[in-house]
Every structure is written in structure tokens, then in C-alpha cells.
Design a protein around this ligand. Sequence first.
Ligand code: GLU
Length: 224
Amino acid sequence: MCGIVGYIGNQQACPILLDGMSKLEYRGYDSAGIAVYDGKRIDIEKCVGRLQALRIKIQGHEPQGTVGIGHTRWATHGRPSDRNAHPHCDESGRFVVVHNGIIENYLELKEYLLEKGHRFSSDTDTEVVAHLMADQYDGDFLSTVKKVIRRIDGSYSLVFLCADEPDKLITTKKDNPLVIGLGEGENFIASDIPAIIGHTRRTYIMSDGEIAIVTKDAVRVEDL
Ligand code: GLU
């Protein structure tokens, strides 16, 4: 269970993400976090506990920006803690990801990445995805996500944010729910409709094997 949300548009992302996450509270969770691109870098704020704990943590210095992702975690790999909360990123902070599900082959991928010198800052299965993005990066966000998806096994809804291409979110899923909300000059991503219904009634339900490139003015869905 637990949930993910994404926003790209002209409004401040932070309040929209927090509101969407609150609508997913029924799914249950042990920690929460958001990542927002602030015009220069991706600002990540996260902590163990309920959404209120995150709200208090960021009060007065909410991340500013109009594109971001949020996550409510139900731990499967790594105990509930600040460092294991999502979003996760690579060491450069260029690639940020939120994930629901389980990366079944994460140990094998982690071993490969550790050998290549990547340093991990959590105990989650998810963090391998962010480092794998950095490892596979060919200068193109979408093609790198596609390469990474081919290397991971398991169940997932994933949303990616890249500091080099902050005009888009990329999202894909397998065996976990994911819905896109279509707005005017803004678009939304969520695990479930309640998180976006306050913004739009036009939705696209993602199917396994699809990848969506979401900008503020368009949503393009491709087969993987
Ligand atoms: N497996 C991931 C973790 O333990 C994601 C769990 C979830 O779906 O929230 O961090």
C-alpha cells in the first residue's frame, strides 16, 4: 500500500503534493517525503512518522518550485526511519525517485553499484534505482529511465525527477496502481484518484508496460 504523488504546472508544488498525500492516508504509512525542483537543484525533505511530522519539519521553509514528487512509505526493506524515507536520490542529487513496491533484484544491483563506487545512504531496495539512473545516464533522461526499467525486477509504481530536465516527470508501473490527472497547464500523478480528484476529473489509468512523460502542457504515453 502507501502512495505516490507528482505535480508539474504553474502552481507551487509543495502544498499540492502534501494535500494529495493526505488523501492517500487511508493506505497507511510510516514515513513521508517530498522533492521539489527549486530552479537550481532538487530539494528533498522527508521524515519518519505521519504527514503532520513532515508538515512541522518544513514549516516556514517549504520547498519552492512548480514541479515535484511526494511519497508515503510502508517499509518493506529497511526499517521506518528518516534516512529510509523516500524520495531517494543518487550521490549527485541529479536523479530523484519515489517508489511503491519491491525491487526484487536489488541486492544484486546494489552489489554491482557498490563495486562501481556508488555510496548508499539508506537500507531500501528503492535507492538502487536512483544510483542505477546515475550509472546508466547517457545525457537523455527518458532513454536512461528505459534502460533502468529493463534492469529491475519486481513490482513498482515509480516517478522520476531529473535536475537536468526539470520540465518533465517520468513515470511507469508494474503490478502497482498509477493514475495521471490531466489539468489545464498542469498535470498530476498519483497512486489513486482521491489524491487528484480535487484538481481534475480527467484521468488516465496507467497499464503495466507503459511509460509516461508528463510535462505541464502534455502527457505522452509510450509502450516500454
Ligand atoms: N520497498 C520500498 C521501501 O521499503 C517501497 C515501499 C513502499 O511501497 O512504500 O522503501
